[in-house]
Design a protein around this ligand. Sequence first.
Ligand SMILES: [Zn+2]
Length: 399
Amino acid sequence: MALCPDQSLAGAVSVRRTNVDRVVQLLRYGPASRAVIGERTGLSRATVSGIVNDLIRSGIATSGPMVGTRNEGAGRPTQVVALAEHSVRSVGVEFRWGDLFVGIADPLHQVVATSHHRHRRGLNWRDRAEIAIEELRALCRESGIQSFAPQGIGVGVPGPVTNDPLEGTWRPAIRLLGEEFRAPVYVENNLRLRALVEASAGSESRSETVVYFHVEDGIGGGIVIGGQVYRGANGAAGDFGHVTVAPATKPCRCGRSGCLEQVANLPALLKRAGVSRGDRTTAELARLPELREELERCATLCGRVIGEQINALDVSHLILGGILAHLDDHALALFTDEVNKRIQLPTAATIRISRSTLADDAGVRGGIALVRHATGAPSALMPFTVRPAIAAPESTTVA
Ligand SMILES: [Zn+2]
């Protein structure tokens, strides 16, 4: 059967990507000559040459004489190819309501280091960006990074992100980051980034429908259909926190009131339980006996709301993040019962409900994956259509 042009092109891209990955995997063990690369991977001389030249051109690899070999006779010393070291290729930043995470990745977009900073809720966006810049510079110093010229910065922000990445209150932060590091900035909702990392971390088949549901300072999540994040017509898909569940009280940030987020987010639980957050992590808070009753109430209410919302989606996997990732078995059972009461067969018989197993820096990893995808680097698996908020300027090296 003949392939249609699109299929054959997709197949060629896929084969090329697999070949690039094989070369890169080999170089992870150390420098190798082109001849050795060909021998070990079984690729032809021309294919190896094309791939290696691309890797060198894009700063992922370098080529030079093999260290420790002598130039015997009139022949040139053996030239070997090695992965570029001590340089940053992509940056991930996740802004949340009261804190931020940053991370740097090497020339292969593998995460080198991440860090976390808590700040007061409602801090202006310029100050948040300045903290992120300072944290990134500190990470580079600590990691012995010599060259900091990122190809892009992937940023996760709370709230809807439309197709115009600068249409949001975070605009000053995006501009500042782009100007500081002279790199394009890619923006996406932070929980959608986490949803995609969650869906790709598990062994989900590409045809699965995965919902990621996150409760922390904000409540939201993401819907991943067949390996792609669904953004919605206005970039608001997955904003599960703004369903009315209580009588109208003070206005919610969405403009209405009585929203799930106002009643069941982490600050609301802490306030009702009379617990102050201090420096404790979300996992540590979830283990406090004083918070147990509130967490069980939150699990029940959240199960009810998310169950109603996903009923028509025929979801195969529901992943719980934030404080819900740390529910004990009893609270998780309360949540699951409420969901199961609201979804129909056959979904109810097949849905998997599980706690997220990823670390708190999953949003940063999503940001780095956003850059990797946008720049078409090897192993690009990010099924997003991404547009930079700031056009790519010339990159620069920052000491
Ligand atoms: Zn609301």
